[in-house]
Design a protein around this ligand. Structure first.
Ligand code: K1U
Ligand code: ZN
Length: 173
């Protein structure tokens, strides 16, 4: 297992449409394990393969953030939203590819997601609360969409400028 570097916005690899995973392989299962380790290390509640530079439709999540609860790591290959509630919810989202920036995003409050699990079996589950928000945020990453794309152009530009400066400062050391 290894922690992978997370790409920071703006980066063209975060804007690409990711390709479906055709067949599961040990390499892809290893990538999923590395993504979980990277997510827990960050720390975060989700991560999508494009954030570690891999343009494949794979996400990981664990929104069980209570100290007392057992971890609930989830690996979803080719996740698809097959139904979404009419009811909406608003949450202040963050993103590991846009560090220290948060903004309110409104999305369907509940979603039904279908995916292939790490054993190659098809799964379908209803998600609500933070799990629903995170699933939508991560699937957006697979479509090259970031939470700042839901904001006004002005707010998006402001955050993007901060990220350009952050990357420049990091590169200078
Ligand atoms: O995709 C990502 O960049 C991960 C992102 C997921 C996410 C956060 C908030 C709303 C929707 C999706 C994060 O995990 S940001 C970090 C974060 O939210 C968090 C970190 C530690 C404890 C609790 C939350
Ligand atoms: Zn994100």
């Amino acid at each position: 297992m290894s922690v992978k570097p997370i790409l920071i916005h703006p980066d063209p690899r975060l804007k690409k449409l990711a390709s479906p995973v055709p067949d599961l392989s040990d390499d892809l299962r290893q990538l999923a394990d590395d993504m979980l380790e990277t997510m827990y290390d960050a720390p975060g509640i989700g991560l999508a393969a494009p954030q570690v530079g891999v343009s494949q439709r794979l996400i990981v999540m664990d929104c069980e953030k209570s100290e007392d609860a057992a971890p609930k790591p989830m690996v979803l290959f080719n996740p698809q939203i097959v139904a979404a509630s009419d009811g909406l919810g608003t949450y202040e989202e963050g993103c590991l590819s846009i560090p220290d920036q948060f903004a309110e995003v409104t999305r369907p409050a509940e979603v039904t997601v279908r995916w292939i699990d790490r054993d190659g079996a098809e799964q379908q589950q209803d998600f609500a609360g933070l799990w629903a928000i995170c699933a939508q945020h991560e699937i957006d990453h697979l479509d090259g969409k970031l939470f700042i794309d839901y904001l006004t152009p002005l707010k998006r530009q402001l955050i993007t400028r901060k990220m350009v400066k952050l990357k420049r400062d990091k590169a200078r050391g």
